[in-house]
Design a protein around this ligand. Structure first.
Ligand code: C5P
Length: 386
């Protein structure tokens, strides 16, 4: 259920609604009177294909009689944008319109994305209201900082739509099967410097690791994502460590796995680094140039502890034989093998075709699917391993 209140950021709630619907959520929208001054209910009705609830006492609306049913049916109540007014009403338990009434009646988790003038947000009364609601278990996402519609710059703008979307998924995942599990995920390629300008890297986009981190988070896990340089959006609600070299990743993973239940090493770690990094930019005067490479530590192989270790093998030939060898050499509970030479399974794409291999000899060949779907299957097998 999406509660929409009277802030200029209402137009962003339309975008959010569209994304939720596209992702398969059934969205019931409740608008306050003030929200309708900014945007017509028809906008949300067209996006959700469902009636929008606007009044409590409209005899022609079946929702009016059923407003408690509406509260009971919600899996999550998101209020975005949420004004200082609705936050104050929720804190004190007012129920004088459909949204406040629903918020009071529902047992579903509540997520609030505030949007207001920075003065209103920073006012001690608003801050106190937020603190009390947080203590009662309400989740707040944002607000962000920046240019505000009133012409000032400060804290109070509706946070990024994708972060709100993620906060909803986290709220829905509170009873997920990975609840209470601490999972470390690595993603992306590493970068080994040659000189202050150049580096050795690889074509890993990080998409598989990011998909795993988000899927685990959505199923209730506490996720620590350790990623090499890349352009992907840092997922909301996960602990994030950015690294550059294989050695940086090694140190970060060693520290993160001291207290975890599983590690999923999706990163494409550089096997070698430049033995001596040039302090100054190398000039192109010589007709050829040789670089001496030194071996990097194998992060996965070095990890010991009472947690599940899952590795990845990206190969261009002898896929299963190579993956089998790595499974044993690195002491893994499972390895995800994918043939990077096949269409749809290469670096950078949104899909992958993988085979899962287990130490007891079991193999599970999976069809081509999105990395998101594959992430969930990998997590299904991880939970089977517990
Ligand atoms: O040996 P190879 O690099 O093919 O093994 C791939 C698996 O090992 C991946 O899970 C990768 O993240 C991990 N790996 C590692 N440390 C390295 C190289 C690879 O942990 N130095």
């Amino acid at each position: 259920m999406l509660g929409v209140t009277g802030s200029i950021a209402v137009y962003k709630a339309a975008d959010l609604t569209s994304r939720l619907v596209k992702a398969g959520y059934i969205v019931d929208v409740v608008m306050t009177e003030a929200a309708q001054e900014f945007v017509q209910p028809l906008t949300f009705q067209a996006l959700t294909h469902r009636p929008v609830v606007t009044e409590m006492f409209n005899l022609h609306s079946e929702m009016a009689v059923e407003h408690i049913a509406l509260a009971e049916r919600a899996d999550v109540l998101l209020i975005a944008p949420a004004t200082a007014n609705i936050i104050a009403k929720l804190r004190y338990g007012f129920a004088d319109d459909m949204l406040s009434c629903t918020a009071l009646a529902t047992r579903a988790p509540i997520v609030i994305a505030p949007a207001m003038n920075n003065g209103m947000y920073e006012n001690p009364v608003t801050q106190e209201n937020i603190a009390v609601l947080k203590e009662r278990g309400v989740t707040f996402v944002g607000p962000g900082e920046g240019y505000l519609a009133c012409g000032t710059v400060g804290r109070g703008r509706l946070t990024e739509i994708m972060d709100i979307f993620d906060a909803v998924k986290i709220a829905l995942g509170r009873k997920g099967d990975l609840m209470g599990k601490r999972i470390v995920v690595t993603a992306g390629g590493t970068e080994e410097p040659i000189d202050p300008v150049r580096c050795i890297t690889n074509r890993s986009s990080g998409k598989m690791g990011y998909a795993l981190a988000e899927a685990a988070r959505d199923r209730g896990a506490e996720v620590h994502l350790i990623a090499g340089p890349g352009s992907l959006r840092t997922p909301y609600g996960v602990r994030f460590t950015a690294v550059r070299t294989a050695n940086d990743m090694f140190a970060a993973v060693q520290a993160a796995t001291r207290d975890c239940h599983a590690v999923l090493m999706a990163a494409a770690v550089s096997d070698y680094r430049v033995a001596e990094v040039a302090k100054q930019k190398i000039k192109k005067s010589a007709s050829s140039l040789s670089l001496e490479l030194a071996k990097n530590p194998d992060i996965l192989a070095s990890l010991t502890g009472d947690f599940i270790k899952i590795g990845f093998a990206a190969e261009s030939q002898d896929l299963l034989a190579n993956a089998q060898m790595k499974l044993q050499a690195k002491g893994l509970h499972m390895i995800v093998a994918n043939d990077i030479s096949r269409a749809g399974s290469g670096f950078g794409g949104d899909t992958n075709e993988a085979t899962l291999l287990f130490p007891d000899g079991r193999r599970e060949a999976l069809p081509l699917m999105t990395k998101e779907r594959l992430a969930h299957i990998i997590l299904d097998r991880t939970t089977d391993l517990y």
